[in-house]
Design a protein around this ligand. Structure first.
Ligand code: FCB
Length: 452
């Protein structure tokens, strides 16, 4: 069987992580620009001010993507580049950048998949309360309209937001990410409710205004639990834990996805968060729950779970697990159980919108970047994903993170996730061994992952 014939093979990146051009052509500030000005927030004081200079190299990067055989590229648009104040006046040069990028991608046979928000929130709106302000819902809807009006004659695939668990959780609760706040849980739930409403309104705008029939999803974190064995009790324990809310934080699937797909907040969360719940107005849940065409999900790893004697879930990973340089566990089975459990619960076709690893990549003496670990990693994960598809999951696509090394948020340039190596001093791009390997995977529609 293998991957379906219409399976989409792509790679992803995000505006703040690659574009640079942070202070050019009328772009407004984002919360990440401001975060990077704070001492000690980012590794070695790195910033995204230049990043991969993609703002000036979009055309050549699109050509490289074409040469590497990508069928699709998941990009994000930078809200304050297009609307410097977050709302109101449009910055024509900012919009033109995305317009030209979309053209360049299409000329190179690469389908653009656009994420409207991948964390670079307009600083001007942050000063007006940001996600705590209910007006953020309309601000995001208006911004969606600007992008859709301009790009939807050519762009058909849309994701509203990337990983609300991270920009709310890391951005507003633990403070590691922009805007660097450490709010109480009431405010976390309020900001989350607004971000969910913003997602829903954004979907409405896309569907109402797109010039070509849109395919719409989102890209939340996949918090994945993998059963230790295939015994039914272990599978049940893993599934239950994967869809449970166990703490007053954002590391769960259901608080973010149940409202979006099922139209309600999960009961265990409502019970646990009873004291901190925000006001939910009439019609809110209906606004949040818009029909979606796919469940996009970012999966990097999962936790091993087994059932104890009473059937309760116990997280139990092996000692000394293989780790990436992020110290994330190498856990290929997460790309089996993640899509499988999500498909069972939400009944939407699945697209893996991010998956990959950071590695100790450098340019070898022969001038090439030999990243055999990444090839092994991706092979294992893709085999697991293929098995999920063979077992009935409607898996529609796969986006490797990332097309090129880039600014990895608080880790700065310490972590290299790319298929393409970037020398940040010269901006030279060098496709790694994994990029050529992935080109063969794509050309064979996944058949070559059989090879060791
Ligand atoms: C995800 C983010 C993406 C990148 C990868 C490594 O959480 O969506 O921007 O940082 O992790």
């Amino acid at each position: 069987m293998g991957f379906p014939s219409d399976f989409v093979w792509g790679a992803a990146a995000a505006s703040y992580q690659i574009e640079g051009g942070a202070y050019e052509d009328g772009k407004g500030l984002s919360v990440w620009d401001m975060m990077c000005r704070q001492p000690d927030k980012i590794w070695e004081g790195n910033t995204g001010a230049v990043a991969c200079d993609h703002y000036h190299r979009g055309r050549e990067d699109a050509r490289l993507m074409g040469e590497l055989g990508l069928q699709a590229y998941r990009l994000s648009t930078c809200w304050p580049r297009v609307l410097p104040e977050g709302t109101g006046a449009v910055n024509p040069k900012g919009l033109a950048f995305y317009d030209e990028l979309v053209d360049a991608l299409l000329e190179n046979g690469v389908q653009p998949w656009v994420t409207l928000f991948h964390w670079d929130y307009p600083y001007a709106l942050f000063c007006r309360g940001g996600w705590l302000n209910r007006d953020s819902v309309d601000w995001f809807a208006d911004y969606t309209g600007v992008i859709v009006d301009r790009l939807s004659d050519r762009v058909t695939h849309w994701m509203t937001q990337n990983e609300p668990q991270c920009y709310i959780g890391l951005g507003h609760q633990t403070g590691e990410h922009a805007p660097g706040l450490r709010l109480g849980f009431e405010e976390i739930l309020l900001a989350t409710h607004h971000s969910l409403l913003a997602h829903g309104k954004s979907v409405q705008v896309i569907r109402a205004r797109a010039k070509t029939p849109p395919v719409v999803g989102a890209a939340p974190v996949g918090v994945v639990k993998m059963p230790a064995t295939t015994l039914p009790e272990d599978v049940d324990a893993a599934r239950t834990l994967m869809f449970s809310i166990t703490g007053k934080d954002c590391w769960n699937n259901t608080w973010f996805a149940d409202p979006v797909v099922l139209g309600n907040y999960p009961q265990d969360g409502l019970d646990l968060f009873a004291e901190e719940m925000p006001e939910i107005r009439d019609g809110d849940m209906a606004t949040i729950c818009q029909p979606l065409d796919f469940y996009g999900v970012n999966i990097y790893n999962g936790q091993v779970v087994r059932a104890d004697q009473d059937g309760a879930a116990v997280v139990q990973g092996p000692d000394g697990p293989p780790l990436t340089t992020m110290t994330w566990r190498v856990s290929p089975e997460s790309l089996y159980w993640g899509p499988r459990f999500l498909y069972e619960r939400y009944k939407l076709p699945v697209v893996v919108t991010e998956n990959g690893m950071a590695n100790t990549d450098w340019v070898h003496l022969d001038g090439k970047v030999h990243d055999s670990q990444r090839i092994d990693f991706l092979t294992r994960y893709l085999r697991a994903y293929r098995r999920a598809i063979e077992d009935g999951v409607e898996g529609k696509g796969y986006f490797q993170w990332s097309i090129m090394d880039n600014f990895e948020w608080a880790h700065g340039y310490k972590q290299r996730f790319g298929l393409v190596y970037v020398d940040f001093a010269t901006q030279q791009r060098i496709p790694k061994d994994s990029a050529y390997w992935y080109r063969e995977v794509i050309a064979s529609n996944g058949a070559t992952i059989e090879q060791p």
